[in-house]
Design a protein around this ligand. Structure first.
Ligand code: FAD
Ligand code: MG
Length: 315
């Protein structure tokens, strides 16, 4: 009898947050604008009292997506993945530098070279499958951010081995929102909330008070708490957004670069609050792979970072 694979993916809800503000056009007599658009494979929603904010944020996020998306054939990341060596823009070079830094700091738990593994498990094209051990072992030779060679002077990036690929899915959403916030500030906008499929940045305050963001628990637990945020980013990484079930076993999209299998650290979801999006996004994935103890130790090394971990045994 053919075994069924049950696959799950919820676009735009990639974390345990529901923005209570959604759909409200005015609040206590204060007018604000809510706009959303599909970008980076998810729903990006911009809320601000300034009606210019959405246009500015969307165009900056699109600029970053065009540079860093593995799904866009003419992006710098796709060119690098195809050629194995490429001159890139200072921005792409910066992101790879940061990716290597987080690889080091997380002792290899955060690793953008997992891309061939993400493809192998079918998380890129949704053709989910449990690969043979042999196949995983072969691909593991291509994994390890130490195999990304950065030539500073010419902004050249080179992969050590043919067949290597990178996937910036765990860092570029946070970075894209940081770039959008920088642009908003340059235009004199200092109050805005951007939510990109659960990667959230709260710029300034909302009419003098911190932005209020609701946390929805994993496994459909409903709203479990609220956050009050101002000039802060929050991100969640979890096993209940992109996963499939086979023979009653759950396989989720965050992979352990050391085993080549979905991370199995006992964590269901981890929420990170940080001063910037790049840090919250990256740390959330790294901690999910590392597990509670090592993850919390890593988080302590960062200023202004708070972590909330939902462990499987907390159900
Ligand atoms: P995170 O935990 O932040 O990231 C998990 C993702 O990172 C995984 O899905 C995998 O891609 C990768 N990853 C897995 N394990 C590791 C690891 N150990 N270390 C580092 N990275 C790891 N999705 C679409 O369906 N279509 C699109 O066109 C599309 N375009 C995108 C463009 C950009 C620029 C970005 C940043 C993302 C895009 N995505 C798209 C979504 C993307 O593929 C991921 O699904 C998403 O970024 C996951 O974010 P998350 O916060 O849920 O999980
Ligand atoms: Mg993320």
């Amino acid at each position: 009898m053919k075994k069924k694979i049950y696959a799950y993916r919820q676009v735009g809800m990639a974390l345990c947050f529901v923005l209570i503000l959604c759909g409200c056009q005015s609040h206590q007599g204060h007018q604000f604008y809510v706009n959303s658009r599909i970008m980076m494979g998810t729903i990006v929603e911009v809320t601000s009292p300034d009606k210019r904010a959405a246009g500015i944020a969307f165009s900056e996020i699109k600029r970053i997506e065009d540079l860093l998306s593995k799904y866009k054939e003419d992006s710098e990341v796709s060119r690098l993945n195809k050629l194995g060596k490429s001159v890139v823009s200072p921005e792409t070079f910066y992101i790879l530098k940061k990716s290597k830094e987080f690889w080091q700091l997380s002792n290899g738990a955060f690793d953008v070279t997992v891309a061939p593994l993400v493809d192998l498990w079918g998380f890129t094209n949704r053709n989910f499958t449990v690969p043979a051990d042999e196949k995983i072992k072969n691909i593991l030779n291509l994994v390890g951010s130490d195999k990304i060679l950065l030539h500073n002077n010419e902004n050249v990036i080179k992969f050590k081995f043919p067949g290597m690929k990178i996937d910036l899915g765990a860092i570029a959403k946070g970075y894209a929102l940081d770039c959008a916030v920088k642009k908003l500030k340059e235009k004199g906008i200092n109050s805005c909330l951007i939510n990109a499929g659960g990667q959230v940045y709260c710029l300034g305050k909302k009419f003098g008070r911190p932005w209020r963001v609701a946390i929805r628990g994993p496994r459909g637990k409903g709203v479990v708490s609220f956050l009050e945020l101002a000039d802060q980013s929050v991100a969640t990484s979890g096993d209940y957004e992109q996963y499939f079930i086979k023979n009653n076993k759950r396989y989720a999209h965050i992979l352990d670069p050391k085993t080549g299998y979905p991370a199995d650290s006992g964590i269901m979801a981890v929420t990170v609050i940080a001063p910037d999006g790049l840090t919250s996004d990256t740390l959330a994935t790294a901690i999910f792979v590392l597990g509670k103890d090592k993850g919390e130790r890593l988080a302590k090394r960062f200023k202004g970072v708070e972590v909330k971990i939902y462990a499987q045994d907390s159900l």
